[in-house]
Every structure is written in C-alpha cells, then in structure tokens.
Design a protein around this ligand. Structure first.
Ligand code: 8GP
Length: 830
C-alpha cells in the first residue's frame, strides 16, 4: 500500500496540484481537456450538453481549490460549526451561480466563445436541483449560499432524492404531474463519499441490559437496517472566499442482493430488501401545506436525522476527547419539524451509546439544537400516531416519554400547572388518537426557537406555542427571512446590476445594504428612464418565453401583474382570478373608458392531493382561454398560467414584474420570500399586512407599497363571528357578477358545474376572506392602473423599492442567526 505522511505531502514526495488559473486561455484549454479526457468527445463532434459538462468540470476544479482552503482554515481555527438540517434544499441550477460567485462569468463566456459555444445557451441545459417544494426549501438554499458568503462554516444536511419536485404540465387546463429525473445524466457537482456511511435502524426491540460494574442501560436492537451514504456538493460563496459543504444522504441496502434467495430462484425476492431501502430516498413528498402522515415520510425524517447526527458526532470525536463540549463546537438548526426526531436521537446516542447520564445529555442536547418554525397552518403541523412511531422507533419513543415526564414535572412542581395546562404543553396529544407533537418536541429540545417574520413570530407566541411560550418566555425570537442578492439580483438581472454599478460603483455587490445609494436617483429622470428600459427588456424576455411555451402573445407595454408561488387557498390566487373576471366584465361593459392594459401572470404547483388548489389552477387556465380569445378586450387584459414553475423560471419572472401579488389572508403567510425577490428587482407590491410584507412596508415606506385588506387580528375576529360570504356578495355587484359568470359555466362550457364547489364555499363560509377583501383589492388595483399611466411616478417608486430592499438579504438573516442563536462565524467566540 502507498504510505503517505505529512513530510512526504508537504516536501518533495507528493505535490499539491497547482491552483487553476482563471484567464480565458487557460479556461479554454482546460474545458477542451475535460471534453476530451473526461467525456470522451472531440470539440468537432461535441453536443451542447457535452460542453455544459466539460465547462462544469473545469469550473468545479476551481471550486475544489477553494473548498480545500476553507476546510483547512476551519480545522486550523477550530471554531464552531453550523449544521443546517433540512428535508429540502430547492437549489435550482448551479453553474451560473458558481461562476458568478467565482468571478468567472466573463472569462468562461470568452473561453467558450472561442469554440463558437454560447455560455447562455448551455447554462439552460442544466437540470434544476429541485429538492424542495417551495419557500422552506428555497430559504435553505439561500441560507447555504449566504453562509458561504458571510464566512459562517456551514454544513447543510439533507436527502439526495432521486426524483425531486414533480414536473407540472397543463392538459386541457388541468395540472398533470410527471416524475422529475434530475440525475439521469449523472450529477457532476456531487462527490460520493462511501467512507462516510452509517447504519440506520428501524423497528425491533429495546431491552435493558446490566453489565458488571456499569449502570443498567437500554439497548435498541433494530429489526431492519439500511445504509446512509453521503454525497457532497460544494457550495461557493461570493468571491469564492469560502466553500461550504451540502451533504445529502442516499439510502442503500446493506446487502444489495440476497444471494440465497436469488440462487434458489426467487429473483424478485432477492431484491426486495434493496428496493425497500432505496425507497427511502427515492422521492420528495410534494406537499407543502399538510403533513403527509405516512410511514415512508417518518422513515425519511429519521433516516436523514440519524445519519447527520452520527456524522456530526464522528467528526466531533475526531477533534475532541469526548462529547461533553459538543454544544461549544456545533450548532444544529432544525429547519421546521421534519428533523425534530433528532432531539430524541441525539439523546439516544448520548445516553445509550456514549454513556452519558440523562441530565447531562439533556443539557448538551438543548444547548446544541435550535428550531425554526415556518408555518402556523394547523394542517401542516406534524404529529405522528404513537403506534406508528413506537413500531418504527421504539427507543426514541421511550425517550420522548421521558423528556415529556421531565417537562411536565417542571411545569407542575415549579409553576403549579393544572391538568389542562399540562395537556396543552405535553409532547403527546391525547385528544387525537394519541400522537407525538413534533413542534413541541423541537421546542423543548432547543435553546432557541424562531419565526421567520416579526408578525409570524408574534403569532407563534399567541397561538401554536402559547403555552410553551408562557413556560419558557425567553425562548422564542424572530429572524426575518431574506434572499440572496447574488442569485436574485446579479444573476437574474444583469442589466439592472450593471446600471446600479455604473451609478454607485460596485460596493453594493459586497454589501447589499449599500444599494440604498441609488435611492436619490429616483428623482433623476435619466436614471429612471434607464431603469425602465431594463425592466422593459426583462419583460420582453418573459413575453418571449410565454410566446414560445404557450403560444400566447402578450404586450410588454402592459402592466405585468404577477403571482407566482405554491397554489393554496390562503395565498388567494382565487381572489386574483375573480378580480380578473370582474375587470373583464367592466372592460366589456365600458369599452369607452381608458383602461390600463394588464397581463395577469400566474405560475405554481398544487399538491397532487389538494383538490381545491387544482381547481384554482384549472380556473386560471379556463378563464385565460376565454379572455385571451375575446376580441372585445383586445390587448387590454390577458390571463396566462405558465406551467412548471421552478427556480429557473423564477429567475426569468422576478425581473420582469411591474406588480407583485402578495395577497394572502392576513396571519397565514409566515413570511414569503418571493415578495422580497420581486421588490428587489423593482416591482411594486400589492399585498396584505401579512408575513414580511409588514416589514417591507416599514422599509420601502407607505407611498411605495400598496397595502389593502383585513389585518391578522381583524381576520381572527371575523372568523370568530363566523360570517358567511353571502351578505357581502349580495351587496357587491361586481363580485356577484364575477361569481355568477364562473357558476354559469362561461369559462368551462364542456363541464359547466366544474367550479360550483369553489364558488359555494365563498357563499357559505368565506374562510379565506376572499369576499371580505374583494372591494379593497379591486380599489387598490384601480389606483395602480391610474399610477401606471404616470410612468415617472411609477418608476420612481420602483427605484425606491430596489434601493430599500437591502435589508432583506439572506446575508443579514444569517448574520442574525450567527450572532443570536448559533454564536458561530466571524466575530463570534467559538
Ligand atoms: C414557508 C412559508 O409558507 C413562507 O411564508 C416562508 O417564507 C417560507 O416557509 C420560508 O420561511 N413554509 C413552507 O414552505 C412550509 O411550511 N413547508 C413545509 C411543509 C413542507
């Protein structure tokens, strides 16, 4: 075997490779080298896809140089690491982001041009890494990029799904789900690490053992075991200063094939084990707003939690004598409750495997974990039936009971809690067929718990966590979300980035809050004009996409009024569609008026089992078909639904919006992050006082954002009073006529009753306050119509939006987490 040692590595023996040079000549040469020797193609016969791969590999080499530097630096500094556990990372494409952050965009463009290859063309061939559903997963991706950009030693831990978020097609107006296959051509960004693999157990029994000279202890003997194998992807920060690691786990059987079974002729049975194991990481659950409640989901959650904790512990023990200082060296962030079982699993590892006493283990656990809540929707809160939990994870269930007993004892003895109060904080919900409440588990197992906007954090204290907040009043804090300005401004909107650089210099690229320096230029007519011209180009680009994908022509001089996000009743795409129908009616009744032309653009996916959300998609498409074909409205109104919304499409859409729709029923959108991306790119917002809209209002000022509708407390009040929509509809002719048009089958003559239940829900209940908010929404839209005709004013407000959004950078969010929760990263003792 080859022996290596320090002296040989650093001395004359094995030489470190020379770091790669970044000039176009070297890049051009190395891209062709990759094409030839790694891909086996010559430049003359290479296809575009081969060029993409070769370019990716050449860029990857440069990332690796920085990656090793970062790893060496952490090891030397011995500081605290941050582990971000998330079931979802909605990354999107990686090449453009990597070369942008390495400052290689122009050199790579030039290198490729020498072979007649266009960078912009090959970038489009990269599949999106769509390992997430929506806001929560995209936030995790922004946070990974910002940790690397701000110098926080961050490790993402998640699942390497073979099939990411489904591909959406629209057939006859309805959503169709197709499997997504991002790995079919291999994934050049990842490195398989077979040496980092861990056994994960399920089921089986727990027994007490007593060994001579040792206290009695519990031993779990799982009935099933699978292997978690690591795949690492480097995540490059701005200017390549730091490269962090995203470690995703893939499940494999310990025995890939049962040879005995195979040899005795049972060819299918021989593969059962391996199929069952691999199923754990085969597909992302496509639900973002209700808990899946299925065994496979709980297996996924435990699988990646246990693998990540075993990995964290192994690494810690390589550098430290024991685990008693774990919390000084590692902060573990639980991204929602999906990894909450980690609390019980870390206790198991500390107590059963590493011999800690219960109390010390609990102190370490609580000091190590922190937890972010992303939704208050009751149907989304995770709670597992006890019988399922106990069968799959018997030891973890015992530990949860023991944790619960301790919390209840504390509440009763020290705070005098009565039975009712105890039931409210208990980790076990006794009311609903006995379930484990994962939110409660994450809360009690963490030293810090946070919401994702100021309003959401307040509501957490008042609603889901009211009782635990009373018991632990210092634990909940706010960390308002942010978005990375590299992907969402520099890469998505190079035109605007160039204009701002020209105006105020490049300082804002390193510190996005400096973008405020363009604020005064809102009064500068020449600047406004150039700002507007860039918006116009971005709208033309989107209009082309709409033309190509949907064969619908839209006029870039109309208001581009855009709502893109998951489809959900609380997000109220339905309200937006009803307003479109009302406008359609008005344009036809009053053709003589001066209507401001508008294109209403929708995109987003519905959970496959969410019937109402799918009806809303169907309605948007049906309404679009009728309105777009009606010569009576000419180009005054168009309604388009762009299929298959994903990160890459968002990068085209965000810079092309005049108007951003953030119209959730107040109190229900935890934060929103699309709202921030739009405004950063100069869209005005029409929105409710919900989520981070509230803070956006504070930053951009009330003249530059268009707020309407009930507040969160008014919504709660009206819900208590149980209004129906009927009395409002009866008194609001425009609303009534729009609903009548839907009910009459005007938009779906082939199946006139298609939307009856959508409409009758409004009459009976109006739970989402669509009727209650309709008039305010309509009026605000007309104010905006009017404003759009005064382009100077509109564009000045747009400039103010871009200028004042610096605070909504995920760099700011990450610095706050690092300072207040993790105590890690630059400037933190660790
Ligand atoms: C989302 C919230 O709905 C959104 O307001 C927020 O901006 C985002 O998280 C990031 O904080 N929540 C989810 O995506 C969510 O709860 N998803 C889980 C069920 C998968």
């Amino acid at each position: 075997p080859v022996q290596t040692n320090e002296a040989a590595l650093n001395g004359n023996g094995v030489q470190k490779p020379e770091p790669r040079l970044n000039d176009p000549d070297t890049l051009a040469r190395q891209i062709v080298e990759k094409l030839t020797y790694s891909i086996g193609k010559n430049p003359a016969s290479a296809r575009k896809y081969d060029w993409l791969r070769a370019t990716t590999l050449a860029v990857r080499d440069r990332i690796i140089d920085h990656w090793f530097e970062s790893a060496d630096r952490f090891a030397e500094e011995g500081g605290k690491r941050v582990c971000y556990l998330s079931m979802e990372f909605l990354i999107g494409r990686m090449l453009r982001d990597a070369i942008n952050n390495l400052g290689l965009t122009e050199p790579v463009r030039e290198a490729l041009a020498r072979y007649g290859v266009e960078l912009d063309m090959i970038e489009l061939l990269e599949p999106d890494a769509a390992l997430g559903n929506g806001g929560l997963g995209r936030l995790a991706a922004c946070f990974m990029e910002s940790m690397a950009s701000t110098g926080v030693p961050g490790y993402g831990y998640g699942i390497r799904y073979v099939h990411g978020f489904f591909r959406q097609e629209i057939a006859d107006g309805a959503q169709v789900e197709l499997p997504e296959n991002w790995l079919v051509h291999g994934n050049p960004w990842e490195f398989e690490r077979r040496n980092a693999s861990y056994e994960i157990g399920f089921g089986g029994k727990v027994s007490m053992i007593q060994e001579a000279g040792r206290p009695a202890r519990q031993v779990w003997r799982p009935a099933e075991r699978v292997l978690a194998v690591a795949y690492d992807t480097p995540m490059v920060g701005w200017r390549g200063r730091q490269v962090n690691t995203l470690r995703l786990w893939s499940a494999q059987a310990l025995d890939p094939i049962l040879l005995d079974a195979f040899n005795s002729g049972d060819h299918i049975g021989a593969l059962v084990e391996s199929n069952k194991a691999e199923a754990i990481t085969r597909v992302l659950y496509p639900a973002d707003s209700h808990q899946a409640g299925q065994e496979l989901r709980l297996r996924q959650e435990y699988f990646f939690s246990s693998a990540s904790l075993q990995d964290i512990i192994r690494r810690h023990l390589e550098e430290n004598d024991n685990l008693s200082n774990l919390a000084d060296k590692v902060a573990i962030q639980l991204n929602d409750t999906h990894p909450a079982v980690s609390v019980a699993e870390l206790m198991r590892l500390l107590v059963d495997v590493h011999g800690f006493g219960w109390d010390e283990a609990w102190t370490i656990t609580r000091a190590t974990f922190s937890y972010t809540n992303h939704t208050l929707l009751p149907e989304a809160l995770e709670h597992w039936p006890i019988h399922l939990f106990e069968r799959l994870l018997p030891r973890q269930m015992q530990i949860i009971y023991a944790i619960n007993a301790g919390i209840i004892r504390e509440a009763a003895q020290e705070h005098g809690y009565d039975d009712g109060q105890v039931a409210a904080i208990s980790l076990i919900d006794e009311g609903n067929g006995r379930r484990v409440r994962m939110g409660q588990l994450a809360f009690v197992g963490s030293h810090a718990v946070n919401g994702v906007s100021a309003l959401h954090t307040d509501l957490m204290k008042q609603t889901v966590f009211r009782d635990l907040h009373e018991l632990y009043p210092d634990r909940i804090q706010n960390k308002t979300n942010g978005v990375t300005p590299r992907r969402w401004l520099m890469e998505a909107n190079p035109g605007l980035t160039g204009l701002i650089t020209e105006a105020i210099g490049p300082g804002f690229l390193d510190d996005i809050e400096k973008i405020i320096e363009i604020d005064d230029l809102a009064d500068d007519a020449a600047f406004r004009e150039r700002f507007a011209a860039i918006k116009r180009q971005n709208k033309e680009r989107l209009a082309n996409v709409i033309g190509e994908r949907m064969a619908t022509s839209v006029d870039p001089s109309a208001i581009f009024d855009i709502q893109v996000k998951r489809i959900h009743e609380y997000k109220r795409q339905f309200l937006n569609i009803i307003e479109a129908i009302a406008l359609y009616d008005q344009i036809r009744s009053h053709p003589e008026r001066n209507w401001t032309p508008r294109v209403k653009i929708f995109a987003g996916k519905a959970a496959p089992s969410y019937v109402q959300a799918k009806e809303i998609i169907h309605l948007a498409n049906d309404v679009g078909r009728v309105i777009n074909a009606d010569p009576a409205v000419r180009d005054l109104l168009k309604v388009v639904f762009i299929p298959n919304y994903n990160v890459s499409l968002a990068e085209i859409i965000m810079p092309a919006a005049d108007l951003s729709e953030q119209i959730s029923t107040a109190g229900l959108e935890a934060s929103g992050t699309g709202n921030m991306k739009f405004a950063l790119n100069g869209a005005l917002t029409i929105g409710t006082l919900d989520g981070a809209n509230v803070e956006m209002l504070e930053h951009v000022g009330e003249d530059n954002i268009f707020i309407f509708g009930l507040t969160a407390s008014e919504v709660a009040q009206r819900r208590r009073e149980a209004h129906s929509g009927r009395s409002i509809i009866d008194n609001e002719p425009m609303l009534r006529e729009a609903l009548d048009a839907i009910s009459s089958g005007l938009f779906c003559p082939d199946s006139p009753s298609r939307f009856h239940s959508l409409v009758s829900n409004l009459y009976n209940n109006d739970w989402w306050m669509i009727c209650a908010d309709f008039k305010a929404y309509w009026d605000t839209q007309r104010t905006l119509d009017d404003l759009y005709t005064r382009q100077d004013e509109w564009q000045a407000k747009a400039v103010h939006n871009t200028a004042r959004m610096g605070w909504f950078s995920s760099d700011r969010s990450i610095r706050e987490y690092a300072r207040d929760i993790w105590k890690a990263g630059p400037g933190q003792a660790g």
